[in-house]
Design a binder for this molecule. Structure first.
Ligand code: 26V
Length: 821
């Protein structure tokens, strides 16, 4: 290996001169540019290639080690990996950021500027996809043999611009200049079948066999992306599949002499991996989406079994050698697919195949919202995956027989737990399939896991009591503190040493420093500098002036009614009214920042964005307020935006209706960066309160249980409207066109949803408590020292929310793998 390295490239990433030489070499030989005539983007690509070279060497070492150790492997199957940019992350994880910075400076370049040329890998919608990316970082850091499998979308999450206050979507052509991190593997190519029909026949021994024939085939081609762990961690692999037309398919039309038709068919099959579905809340039931799911599952399973079979004669050891984690139901066709492979292709008896399957798979649920639970029409399944439908029916038949035997005399129960929803056009319930086909099912925060068992999966929790567990989500401290907030990271390292980066519980050593006046001062100075930096960015990009001395109050996440950005805006309007009613009363200046994308077809969410922008225009344009209140909508919220915003946050808005946000992860990111949370008892907020202590968090509103009661008794939003003059005034202003004089009824659908529409997310029920809680926030902010003590304690007690902890729990409770020397 050393000889190879010597001959080829960088031997010592700490040697700045060597890095410089490598950079120029890469610029010439990999990018094909003359150093005297280069654009900054060329330098980015040259730089990325040097970094990739270094990663590649470590990556091969890691892969070889896993192979030699013959360790059990875990495969993380996910439709989404929301990675963001890689350059800084890789440099920091490899510990050579400063050296590269210097090497660039020596050739007259600034790393910060060059890094801006990297496109984001935005292959995810939000929380679920970002969680997958954090998990990959932790798996590599913990040196666990964990491999991601997903789809290489040509177009990731759309980019958002705001025009006239409305969201406009733009295609995310992230591969335009090429992805410098990936290795194309044209030789790793698998066939994926669709449609066709199932033929029943008897084999030589008289047994019934099923052949899936006359299929339409697409090829899946692998692309590998190295995932660098921190420090002496591994470099793991993320394998993404791209659709390629199969040759056979082309030939059929070529032979008929229909050249154009052949090429048309080719583009059609390659459309499969064209675009990420940008809707994470409503199940749209689109055929292409189901095709995407099977496509990447089929390719991944072939790949996994190819590797397994290299040193196994049969499948008996599969669950001891392989664990497959299903990131939500999206990849759960893997369950009937593995059964099909074992039974149809390898002739295993059903019982044995099913036992191996269940012991191999585990399923993570990420939402309780009924509209986000995947179901597919049986007719669609029958057309696209006829054999899989048969297998699902067989799983169902045996499962329901078993339930009827164990819990007899309850036909309603059978109807409820069936994998097939018989009402309203037959549909396959993917979550039921995932539960029946897995040995573990986990929720992503304590409350969520409890609600899972007591609501949507209640019957299953009775049938499989040992199957249901909780593993609370986490975030990688490498990206979300060490990289995103360099000043705070440096302060922490100075105080307690560098160990916290790979062992986040060590942050607890900061707790005593709350009593150290000098430390508090420096902590405050860091936050203040981060706020100034953000203020500068906002001025440069959006031409908005915000006061870095004001309280930075931030809600950043997908726009959804359940996350209640509307509640935030109602409170802002009330604040505006108070400031205008009492212009000389003392007040705490606030900058309220919101950001997030709405699903392109989600009318209400798009209207919420427009309302935020219309309110911002009125508030920011009002000279009477003298800058004491500002509202900013940050366009195109994504991983990079998050990394700019989060270090500057002082107040983290986590205000979803109790029982609706499965976990939330931005809540953890802001806590880790020294923000105080204002939030409901929902998702991981509950555990954040447990950790930081109730004196160090602002909790308000109804609990999930209280809401349940209220709804049972009959929730009447009108009563809250009539019972609270400030609330009524804010709603009346929205309804009467105060913020939309050019179209007074613009926001009628929003107001209607809260009043006539029944207020599904109990915005009005929590309004008064929220406003009161915000008053308490203001009071505390008036005492900077008291605020800072609490902020430090939030950081000191955030250790539990490292994704390293989550991954250790998966390793122990679900995968049964451990790090090997
Ligand atoms: C659902 C669907 C439905 C069908 C169409 C495409 C699509 C794409 C994604 C999803 C996933 C929705 C679930 C989700 O993202 N849940 C979030 O997961 C986070 C990580 O566990 C968690 O922190 C958030 O609270 C939860 O909303």
């Amino acid at each position: 290996m050393t000889a190879f390295r010597d001959a080829y490239g960088v031997t010592n990433p700490k040697d700045v001169q060597e890095l410089e030489r490598a950079l120029v070499n890469r610029l010439i030989y990999s990018i094909g540019k003359d150093p005297v005539d280069t654009q900054p983007r060329d330098w980015f690509y040259a730089l990325a290639h040097v970094v990739r070279d270094l990663l590649t060497v470590k990556w091969m070492e890691s892969m070889r080690n896993y192979y030699l150790q013959d360790a059990k492997r875990v495969y993380y199957l996910s439709m989404e990996f929301l990675i963001g940019r890689t350059l800084d992350h890789a440099l920091l994880n490899m510990g050579c950021y400063d050296e590269f910075k210097q090497a660039l400076e020596d050739v007259g370049l600034r790393l910060e500027e060059i890094a801006e040329y990297e496109e984001e890998a935005a292959l995810g919608n939000g929380g679920l996809g970002r969680l997958a990316a954090c998990f990959l970082d932790s798996l590599a850091t913990l040196r666990l043999p964990g491999f991601g499998y997903g789809i290489r979308y040509d177009y990731g999450m759309f980019s958002q611009s705001i025009q006239g206050g409305w969201q406009i979507e733009h295609p995310d052509n992230w591969l335009r200049y090429g992805n410098p991190w990936e290795f194309a593997r044209p030789d790793v190519l698998y066939r994926v079948q669709f449609c066709g029909r199932v033929v029943e026949r008897r084999d030589g021994d008289g047994r019934v066999r099923y052949d899936w024939v006359d299929t339409e085939d697409v090829m899946a081609m692998a692309y590998d992306i190295p995932i660098p762990g921190f420090g002496d961690g591994s470099v793991n692999n993320l394998r993404l599949w791209a659709a390629k037309a199969s040759r056979d398919f082309d030939l059929r039309y070529f032979n008929e002499g229909n050249y154009i038709k052949a090429v048309e068919q080719k583009t059609q099959s390659e459309n499969l991996s064209k675009v990420l579905y940008p809707d994470d809340t409503t199940q749209m039931g689109r055929e292409l989406r189901l095709r995407q799911e099977y496509f990447f599952v089929r390719a991944s399973l072939q790949d996994i079994l190819y590797h397994f079979s290299a040193d196994h004669e049969d499948f008996d050891a599969l669950p001891e050698e392989v664990a497959i984690q299903l990131n939500d139901t999206h990849p759960c066709i893997a369950i009937p697919e593995l059964l099909r492979i074992l039974v149809d292709e390898h002739d295993l008896p059903w019982e044995k195949a099913f036992d191996l399957t269940v012991r191999t798979f585990a399923y993570t649920n990420h939402t309780l919202l009924p509209e986000a639970l995947e179901t597919w029409p049986v007719w669609l399944f029958e057309r696209l995956l006829p054999r899989h439908l048969q297998i699902i029916y067989e799983i169902n038949r045996r499962f329901l027989d078993d339930v009827a035997r164990r819990l007899p005399g309850d036909p309603e129960l059978i109807r409820r737990v069936s994998l097939i929803d018989e009402g309203d056009g037959k549909r396959v319930r993917m979550a039921h399939l995932a539960i029946v086909g897995s040995h573990k099912v986990n929720g992503v925060a304590k409350l969520h896991s409890e609600l899972m068992k007591s609501t949507i999966f209640r019957d299953f929790a009775r049938i499989f009591p040992d199957r249901f567990i909780n593993i609370t989500n986490g975030i990688t401290p490498r990206r979300w503190l060490y990289q995103a907030n360099r000043p705070l990271a440096a302060l922490i390292t100075e105080a307690i040493g560098p160990g916290w980066v790979a062992d986040l519980e060590r942050l607890s050593e900061l707790a005593p420093l709350t009593e150290d006046g000098e430390f508090r001062r420096r902590f405050r100075a860091v936050k203040r500098a981060n706020k100034e930096r953000l203020a500068n960015l906002l001025r440069a990009r959006l031409n908005i002036d915000v006061d870095p001395d004001s309280l930075f109050d931030v809600q950043i996440k997908r726009i959804h009614e359940y996350k209640r950005q509307l509640l935030n805006i109602l409170q802002v309007i009330t604040r505006y009214n108070r400031l205008r009613d009492h212009p000389s009363a003392p007040c705490v200046p606030r900058t309220v920042i919101l950001g997030g994308k709405a699903a392109p077809g989600y009318r209400m969410a798009k209207l919420i964005i427009k309302l935020i922008n219309d309110v911002a225009a009125v508030v920011n344009g009002d000279p009477q307020l003298a800058g004491r209140l500002k509202v900013v909508f940050v366009p195109d919220y994504n991983v990079s935006r998050a990394m700019e915003l989060i270090p500057a946050v002082e107040l983290s808005e986590q205000i979803s209706t109790a029982g609706t946000e499965a976990s939330g992860t931005s809540n953890m990111k802001m806590t880790l960066n020294g923000a105080l949370t204002i939030g409901t008892l929902d998702g991981a907020n509950i555990e954040i309160r447990e950790q930081v202590g109730e004196d160090n968090i602002f909790i308000f509103g109804l609990t999930a249980d209280q809401l349940d009661d209220l709804r049972r008794r009959g929730y009447r939003p009108w009563d809250y409207y009539h019972g609270n003059t400030e609330l009524k005034r804010a709603l009346d202003m929205i309804a009467s066109g105060y913020f939309s004089p050019d179209q007074p009824d613009r926001f009628k659908p929003l107001v209607d949803s809260l009043l006539a529409g029944g207020d599904r997310y109990a915005v009005l029920a929590d309004y008064a408590a929220y406003v009161e809680c915000q008053d308490a926030v203001d009071r505390l902010y008036g005492d900077p020292d008291a605020w800072t003590r609490k902020a430090i304690l939030n950081v000191a007690r955030a250790g539990r929310f490292s994704s390293d902890r989550s991954i250790r729990e998966y390793a122990e409770l679900v995968w049964n793998i451990g790090p090997r020397p």
